[in-house]
Design a protein around this ligand. Sequence first.
Ligand code: ATR
Length: 278
Amino acid sequence: MADTLRAFVCGHPVAHSRSPLIHGHWLETHGIAGSYEKIDVPPAEFPAFAASLAARGFAGGNVTIPNKEAAFALVSRRDGAAQAIGAVNTLWFENGELVGGNTDAYGFSANLDERLPGWRSAGMATVLGAGGAARAVVHALAESGIGRIAIVNRTAARAEALAAGFTGAEAHGWDRLDDLLPSTDLLVNTTSLGMDGEAGAGLDMALLPDSALVTDIVYVPLETPLLAQASRRGLRTADGLGMLLHQAVPGFERWFGTRPQVTRELRDLVVADLGGGH
Ligand code: ATR
């Protein structure tokens, strides 16, 4: 099996990762003799793990929580997105050197290109949350040329720290939402608000324009309370699963040499694994 191309996802915990399902599907579809393994790597072991990759025959892999910042620090080189976001989620080798990229912003944009065409001409986007995921989203929005990006967070200081790094970005506390929603063309949730079934506390969907687009990067449940509210209000929405699927594309192409497609079949496979949509 010397010719088998090997890739991985490493995190801690990593058991819940759907990446092996996604890459496994593509390996099978394209008839590639490759593997994609799930490896639990606690933070303390990450540097040694990264140093061992070449000797173990890995072409590269994905890095997930809590190792993305450590990966950022120890790669030889980073792509522009990783540099802007401050985290690495994809590793590969170039001329024997370990290179780090970040495909989350690409995945976010590719999902909206597929599901909400026209989103790039939004004049103003409002982002709920200011954590690691919000950073990738704000980078994607800034790259797409959206002129005004309002970052709204429970902890205003975190929103300010995030906004400081991006042209056109501004920071607000949750209490400013009612003022911001009427001029919001694209609303993005990056907080865990949807995860425990809370109904987007304090968010009055009626204040959004009729033409507003709404997306959530949370995909469990697939239809978050925010998306459900937006649909009831008659707004166009995109769920977060597409971001997960699309962010996997560039890594697969790097390691296995073929650019895969995000198909309905792949989406159905992951939805079934998530438990029929929940
Ligand atoms: P991630 O990397 O997934 O973005 P994170 O860095 O922990 O995770 O960020 C979580 C985000 O969800 C933060 O913006 C957080 O707000 P704070 O910065 O104020 O902590 C937000 N968040 C989590 N639970 C929340 C809640 N119940 N209400 C409002 N915001 C919440």
